[in-house]
Design a protein around this ligand. Sequence first.
Ligand code: UDP
Length: 316
Amino acid sequence: MKILVTGGAGFIGSHLVERLVEEGHAVTVLDILKNGNKVPKETLRNINLIIGDVRNEKEVLDAAKGCRVIFHLAAMLGVDVIAKCPVETMDTEFFGLKNSVKAALLNSAEKIIYSSTSGVYGREAIMHALVEDFPASPNSSYSIAKRFSELYLKSIFQETGLNSFALRFFNVYGPRQDDRMVIPRFMEQAQNNEPMTVYKPGTQTRDFTFVADVVESMIRVMNMMSGHDIMNVAYQKEYTIKHVAEEIKKRMNSKSEVRLVEPADGRYDFETGRRFGSSKKMEKLTGFAPETTFESGLIQTIKYFQEERSLTALNH
Ligand code: UDP
C-alpha cells in the first residue's frame, strides 16, 4: 500500500517508517529535515524521501499522489521552541493539516492518522488517569493548535466521510529522540556528569510511553479502524520527574548531582503538575495498549544513546 508520512524523518516518524517498510508498504516521507534525518540508512534506501514543507500545498499534493493512507506527523516540537515561535507553530499545524486533508480527499485515500498530544488536556488538576471524554483544556499555542486539528478532522469525517483518527501521545521516548525532551536531556547531562536539571518542584509527573508501542498503536489504527475517533496512547503509569532523573543517573553510573532548578524561561506557563492517561479505549478498539515497562524502555534508550556516543567519538 502507498503511504505518505509527513514528518517521517523525525523521532516517532522514523520508527513508524521503519516498521511500514518492514511490512512491505511503499512509503513516501515528506519532511523539512529541520532536526536532521533520523531514518536509518537501510530503511532510507527503501523509501521515497521528499525534502519539503507541509505548509506548502503543492509539495504536499505532489508527495501524496496515489497514497491510500496519510500519517500526518509533521509539527513544531519542544516547549522551548514553541514558546519562541507561536505563529510558526500554528502555521505548521493549520496549513499542514489543511494540505494533508486536501491531499487525502483528492486521492480518495482511506484514512488520515494524526499525531495529537496529551497536552490538549491542559493543566487541570486530575485525580484519575485521563480519559478521552475528559474536557480538553489546552493552554499553549502547540496544544491549542493540536486540539483545533482534532476538531477539524472530526468535521471533515462528518462532512466528507474521510476516515480520520487523532492519537493523543503521552510523553513518547526512546532511541533517536533529541534532547529537547526530558529523557534524552537527562541522559546527556548524566553522561557528561553535569547537574541534572529537574525543574521545580520535581514532583510533577508524566506518563512515559515507549516509541515502539506508539508505532504499534498507529499500525493497529491503520489496519483495523474506520470512522473517526480520538484515542490516548499512554503507558498508564506516572513517574515524578525527580524519580526519572534518579533512575537515569543510577542506570548510567553517573556522578551527576540531581539538582532542583527554576524552569527555563517560558516553561512555567506550560507546566502541568500531574499527567497520566488511560489507554483503555485504544485497547478496546484495537486489542492493544502500550506495554513496554519503563525499566525496559529506559534500558533500550540508554543503550542506543551510549552506542551513538561512541560512534560519534570514533568518527572524530
Ligand atoms: N523537565 C525538567 N528538566 C528539563 C526538561 C524538562 O525537569 O531539563 C520536566 C518538565 O518540567 C516537565 C517534564 O520534564 O515536567 C517533561 O518535559 P518535556 O519537555 O519532555 O515534555 P512536556 O510534558 O512538558 O511536554
